[in-house]
Write a protein that binds this ligand. Structure first.
Ligand code: NAD
Length: 483
């Protein structure tokens, strides 16, 4: 299998990295390399930028209707290849194939459809300045967009950037995570088959320090949309700021889930177990701090542990698996570190806390970790403040609204939160006070592609989604005509 070579896609063609160097691409479920990924560098980025620059002139003049048709064609091809893409993503990431098939890949197609049609409904503003002038706003493509994405939802998140950037008539130099390069590689084939002109979408594979940093620092890439960790986001912001780039940063989270005693207990249990352990806790929106009102704390913790302990861990390619593998050995070690730290900080491991028995012989060296529940931690310790990004949740009791709001906000992150209560007034009251870009009430990960999406504090800068994305990937120009 390691003869599969994931190459760059530049100017409409798959090409070797100029250095001819490749990295092993490890399958998380087995711990073994299953393909090779181009270990590109700044010279490959230069070649991609040259192709994107050359393509921009014509692409930026293609009518919106024609761009929309191309994006819709890509969406149809993703649907056609759903099974192939889901399997590839499951192998690449370690996530259960059912999750890829039902969430990640369909959402990638939905992203293309959403922005293909959104671009047909854009309105331009006009402002009449008394009897002096008429102003109108032109929204024009910005040029070459640099799109950098993480490993946890590889095609879903990359297509969330590619689709609006193309809809707005930009050209692209994109970089998926070196840990999960396969679906971006497959997307390039589909874009080519759909008839996207050469140079409009370029994908350079490789590591962050070599390829990501070269994209961020490239003077001809004036727009950067980055999703990843906060530490990397800071580097991207610093490099981009020096060149006055327009930057959107979608970063880490340490999201609170709050359950009041008046919640629908069954719904809150199912919702919070899903919020804690979906994709082995490797979703930026996962709830990793769970606050439960004292009156139902014992009953809730009991029910939560019961449900979490029944999640079926297994080979990601097994149809019945609900918990697959952790993406990499490094990530697994990070999770282990935090579980040890939680114990040193006074926490009690109420469930999990270790690697499970391998589900089968194929997976004996895979990166697995049990769904883990920690109780007894003080609200403001490191385990409750730092992003772990794994199947680890800390459950704590609270007494009052005021107290739980202060716990929820006592954190440097502010990405999302979910609140479980039947009291509508309280739900609105708390939603207003929580410092997070998304507040879910009696649900989790329910996404409408039109809403602004992003984080507060160290969870990011800027908003993606719907209108926000169309604004991000265009430059507003005012034309003022004197009367
Ligand atoms: P990461 O920051 O390590 O990597 C993200 C991307 O940046 C990768 O493609 C990587 O190669 C690249 N990169 C690394 N160093 C770089 C540099 N110096 N310059 C430019 N690019 C560089 O993140 P990760 O481990 O891949 O992903 C997990 C993180 O992503 C978590 O913190 C998670 O919360 C976050 N995330 C956020 C969102 C969101 O919408 N806010 C969504 C998904 C994941």
């Amino acid at each position: 299998m390691t003869e599969i070579r994931i190459r760059n896609f530049i100017n409409g063609q798959f090409v070797e990295p100029l250095s001819a160097q490749y990295l092993d691409n490890i399958e998380p479920a087995t711990g073994e390399p299953y393909s090779q990924v181009a270990d590109s560098d700044e010279h490959d980025v230069d070649a991609a930028v040259a192709a994107a620059e050359e393509a921009f002139g014509e692409w930026s003049r293609v009518a919106a209707n024609e761009r929309a048709k191309l994006l819709l064609r890509i969406a149809d091809l993703i649907d056609r290849d759903l099974e192939k893409l889901a399997r590839a993503e499951s192998i690449d990431t370690g996530k259960p194939i059912t999750l890829s098939r039902t969430l990640d890949i369909p959402r990638a197609a939905a992203n293309f459809r959403f922005f293909a049609t959104a671009i047909l409904h854009v309105q331009n503003e006009a402002h009449v300045t008394d009897n002096l002038a008429l102003n109108y706003t032109l929204r024009q493509p910005r040029g070459i967009a640099g799109l950098i994405s993480p490993w946890n939802l590889p095609l879903y998140l990359l297509s969330w950037k590619i689709a609006p950037a193309l809809a707005c008539a930009n050209t692209i130099v994109a970089k998926p995570s070196e840990l999960t390069p396969m679906t971006a590689f497959m997307l390039c084939e589909l874009a080519h088959e759909a008839g996207l002109p050469p140079g409009v979408l370029n994908v350079v594979q490789g590591t962050g320090p070599r390829v990501g940093a070269a994209i961020t620092a490239h003077p001809k890439i004036n727009t950067i949309s980055f999703t990843g960790g906060t530490v990397t986001g800071r580097k991207v912001a610093e490099a981009g700021a020096a060149l006055f780039k327009k930057i959107s940063l979608e970063l880490g989270g340490k999201n609170p889930t709050i359950v009041f005693a008046d919640a629908d207990l069954n719904a809150a249990l199912s919702g919070s177990v899903r919020a804690s352990f979906a994709n082995q806790g490797q979703v930026c929106l996962c709830g990793s701090r769970l606050y439960v009102e004292r009156a139902i704390y014992d009953e809730f913790v009991h029910g939560f542990i019961d449900k979490a302990s029944k999640l079926k861990q297994g080979d990601p390619l097994d149809e019945s698996t609900e918990q697959g593998a952790i993406v990499s050995k490094t990530q697994l070690e990070k999770i282990r570190f935090y579980v040890d730290l939680a114990q040193r900080e006074g926490g009690n491991i109420a469930l999990g806390g270790a690697a499970p028995e391998p589900p089968n012989a194929r997976c004996r060296d895979g990166f697995f970790f049990q769904p883990t529940v920690i109780t007894g931690l003080p609200p403001s310790c490191r385990t409750n403040s730092e992003e772990i990004f794994g199947p680890v949740v800390s459950i704590m009791p609270f007494e009052s609204e005021e107290e739980v709001v202060s716990y929820a906000n006592d954190c440097e992150y502010g990405l999302s939160s979910s609140i479980w209560t039947q009291n509508l007034n309280r739900a609105h009251r708390i939603a207003e006070q929580i410092h997070a870009g998304t507040v879910w009430i009696n649900c989790w990960l329910l996404r409408d592609l039109r809403v602004p999406f992003g984080g507060m504090k160290q969870s990011g800068v800027g908003r993606e989604g719907g209108e926000e994305a169309l604004r991000f990937f265009t430059e507003a120009k005012n034309v003022c005509i004197a009367k």
